[in-house]
Ligand binder design. Structure first.
Ligand SMILES: O=C(O)Cc1cc(O)ccc1O
Ligand SMILES: [Fe+2]
Length: 458
């Protein structure tokens, strides 16, 4: 078993800042002063650079970190294809491109003994990790911690994890992150991590195959609002000490072009004693989101609720936006307050962390916590009939919506294909979603008779 050389009280004290240049040392003097790669790094450590952008990326985009560790990451035998697993199997699934609206009942909890990696399922994807374009969308369900000597990393992209049930205690090369439901984390491409759970855990994940998440522009909102940079939390350096040569006790699994590969090495991958840089894992408490909305009339675009945005090459057009619908006050006058009916050139994948969503009935067969929906490019959608009638007739006094609730959306400019697992094998697709939601929409049209003319003049 690895020995952790760290004061437990320090484990969950974080460094603050989004896209900041941070540094942390678990042992004083672990970081070299004034240069990055001295001839003999401090404390007998090795220097290793981890880059998240091309060396020559412009300064404002450049992301990299320097790690000072007991042994460098290259010290492992060759990787071999991992035994079959849910995500590698699902990669063989042909992706289905279908214009229908889709909704899923809550996904099953995992059978006993399922860890985070075994419990990841690919629902949908667009693009190609080999070309560093697009994204993958996943759900996970796990019931057991990854083995104490296991680690995982994705060479395919940055992983945004949205827990819905059960806290994830995430051991990363940079230190620990405790991520509870209503918090999210991002583990950048290449960073090794292990997930510990205390029981059943379930949630959603987005793997970003191109670029990185940033904070959305604030435009006329000004210099503060939405997710504030200081509320993002990065781990402090914390290392395990086990570097016995000879054995092969530590299993490292790599996700590489959607396949899984595994190697077994003699030393812990979590041996980083100190680090500095701008490429690090982080977490964010969604409860800190400063929600902004209309205080006059009309329902604003949901982009006003963007927490993180991963841009495409086209300004204002995201490969992936992470958007939340937290509790908020609605005060719009002469306004249909829930989302309007719409067709979007972007694809919209939604999940529900807790509570309900103001445009959709909850309960069995509705939009439930742990379930999901997908409205792909130009698939028409909007409030279900009951929510429509309710909002059409509601007294327009100020109301707090969504107390105790939080839905979210992964919105992408790309058309996403859906896996066989998502369409069939998970057995959660609600066959009657469209009929159930919009089949009962009433015709309110008054016709062109006198009554209607009167109405137009009202
Ligand atoms: O479809 C949805 O429920 C998500 C959504 C919410 C909203 O407030 C406006 C547009 C939109 O797509
Ligand atoms: Fe929508």
């Amino acid at each position: 078993m690895p020995v952790t050389t760290f004061d437990v009280k320090e484990k969950y004290r974080y460094l603050n800042g989004f896209d900041s240049y941070l540094e942390s040392e678990a042992v004083p003097g672990g970081l070299p002063i004034g240069h990055n790669s001295p001839q003999k790094p401090p404390l007998g450590l090795y220097t290793e650079k981890l880059s998240g952008t091309a060396f020559t990326a412009p300064r404002h985009e450049n992301k990299q970190s320097w790690l000072y560790r007991i042994l460098p990451s290259c010290t492992h035998p060759p990787f071999a294809p991992a035994p079959s697993s849910s995500i590698s199997d699902e990669d063989d699934d042909k992706l289905h491109y279908i214009p229908n609206q889709l909704r899923w009942d809550p996904f099953d909890h995992a059978p006993p003994g399922t860890d985070f990696v075994a419990g990841l399922h690919r629902l949908a994807a667009a693009g190609d990790p080999t070309l560093k374009t697009g994204l993958g969308m996943f759900v996970y369900a796990c019931s057991a911690s990854m083995a104490a000597a296991a680690a995982f990393y994705s060479a395919d992209g940055d992983l945004l994890i949205v827990p819905q049930e059960g806290a994830l205690d995430v051991r990363t090369e940079f230190g620990w992150l405790l991520v509870r439901p209503m918090e999210i984390c991002v583990i950048p491409r290449g960073v090794r991590f292990r997930v510990e759970v205390g029981g059943n855990a379930r949630g959603y994940a987005l793997e970003l195959w191109q670029g990185h998440f940033g904070l959305p522009e604030l435009g006329p909102i000004g210099s503060n609002g939405l997710a504030n940079a200081r509320d993002f939390m990065a781990p402090r350096a914390c290392f395990d000490e086990d570097h016995q040569r000879g054995g092969a006790g530590y299993q490292v699994t790599a996700k590489f072009n959607n396949g899984l590969f595994v190697t077994a090495q003699a030393h812990t991958p979590f041996d980083v004693v100190a680090w500095h840089g701008g490429y690090y894992p982080y977490k964010y408490d969604l409860g800190r989101f400063n929600t902004i909305g209309s205080i006059s009339f009309d329902h604003p675009d949901p982009s006003i609720f963007t927490v993180l945005s991963a841009p495409s090459d086209r300004p204002g057009t995201a490969v992936a936006d992470f958007v939340i619908f937290p509790p908020r006050w609605l005060v719009g006058e002469d306004t249909f307050r829930p989302p309007w009916y719409h067709r979007n050139t972007m694809s919209e994948f939604m999940g529900l962390i807790q509570g309900g969503y103001d445009a959709k009935k909850g309960g069995k067969g509705g939009f439930e916590p742990g379930g999901a929906s997908l409205h792909n490019v130009m698939s028409g959608h909007g409030p279900d009939a009951e929510s429509y009638e309710g909002a059409r007739n509601a007294e327009l006094k100020p109301v707090k919506v969504g107390s105790g609730s939080c839905a979210f959306m992964f919105e992408s400019c790309l058309m996403v294909g859906v896996t066989d697992w998502a369409l069939k094998r998970c057995r959660k697709v609600q066959e009657d979603y469209s009929e159930h939601s919009w089949g009962e929409l009433k015709v309110h049209w008054k016709g062109t008779g006198e009554a209607a003319k009167g109405h137009l003049l009202e």
